[in-house]
Design a protein around this ligand. Structure first.
Ligand code: GDP
Ligand code: MG
Length: 309
């Protein structure tokens, strides 16, 4: 039997979300925090695990797709921003479970309170993860646990140190039991590779927005089409930047291709630092007018599945 589903990780900045995802996935995938957010559910890691033979779903093999719900706490002023924040919340609500991560040393701040207010309306099972227990005495953890559980009920409270991978096996087991029985959402052998592809797309997309943010609509997206490990320890990456109109394609290319060269050069540099090896990056720009209806679009932003309706 297999199980698979989405778990949204929410929490104030610096709570340790990326550190937790890295620990759960077991490889360094979630290292960037993009400045520009456009997607509703961003896959930040895929963890595979076997459920213990005793508990619920005993012996099942589970694929837990960890998703980020970006922009969730910002007080949005502009219409587009408001729409994005609303969509991010919808993403959290569509997940099979939501985990709220709190920095135990910092305690409950304004952002965490705002998230909790919103979590009250969500029907997905909620978990509480108190992180950084290596910095905090036990008594304080207990006080914090009752404070938070007084604000909203959680199925379970975990106390972990994501940094030291302390307590995270229990978290993963809980996530694995929270996702429904069903086929894997990503082929098992791709599960490790996919976050790297998404991450690489994110790096390039960030450059597109940093360099062109005034001129391009939010809908532009980047897809990693090919990822080829080469014998000399370098990697060859091919990506497509999807835009909606010819005019936007011209903007991304720039005069004589100068803009796309700039985007490629910066993205390549970031990627080679991140991957710690030489990167050959090839960018294509494609007009995909019916973008929103195209399944490839969902794949590009990490939504390679049939949306629940
Ligand atoms: P995010 O913004 O929620 O993704 O938080 P990060 O994962 O980027 O972590 C923010 C900071 O907290 C980083 O400097 C981490 O090294 C640190 N951190 C994360 N988890 C722990 C932990 O368990 N213990 C300690 N002492 N530091 C942690
Ligand atoms: Mg982070």
């Amino acid at each position: 039997m297999t199980r698979a589903g989405f778990v949204a990780i929410v929490g104030a900045p610096n709570a340790g979300k990326s550190t937790l995802v890295n620990a759960l996935v077991g490889s360094k995938v979630s290292i960037v925090s993009p400045k520009v957010q456009t997607t509703r559910m961003r896959v930040i890691g895929i963890a595979m695990t076997d459920l213990p033979h005793d508990g619920k779903g005993g012996g099942d093999r589970a694929q837990v797709v960890l998703v980020d719900t970006p922009g969730i706490f910002r007080v949005a002023k502009r219409r587009l921003e408001r729409a994005m924040v609303a969509a991010a919340w919808q993403g959290a609500e569509d997940a099979d479970a939501v985990a709220l991560m709190v920095d135990a040393e910092r305690g409950v701040g304004e952002e965490t309170r705002a998230i909790i207010e919103r979590l009250k309306q969500s029907k997905a099972p909620r978990f509480l993860i108190l992180n950084k227990i290596d910095l905090v005495p036990r008594e304080k953890l207990l006080v914090l646990t009752s404070e938070l559980n007084g604000l909203v009920s959680f199925e379970h409270t975990f106390m972990v140190s994501a940094l030291k991978s302390d307590g995270i096996a229990d978290v993963l087991a809980a996530f694995a039991s929270a996702v429904p029985a069903g086929p894997f959402l990503y082929p098992e052998d791709q599960a490790a590779d996919l976050p790297m592809r998404l991450l690489a797309a994110e790096v390039t997309r960030e450059q597109v927005f940093l360099q062109l943010h005034q001129e391009l609509p939010y809908e532009a997206a980047v897809e990693t089409e090919k990822w080829e490990e080469r014998g000399d320890s370098s990697v060859r990456i091919e990506q497509t930047i999807h835009v909606q109109r010819d005019g936007q394609r011209a903007i991304v290319l720039g005069k004589g291709g100068t803009r796309i060269k700039q985007i490629g050069a910066r993205a390549r540099h970031e990627l080679s630092v991140m991957l710690e090896r030489p990167v050959h990056l090839f960018l294509h720009v494609k007009v995909s007018a019916r973008w929103a209806d195209d399944p490839a679009h969902y794949r590009a932003i990490g939504l390679d599945y049939e949306p629940k309706s």
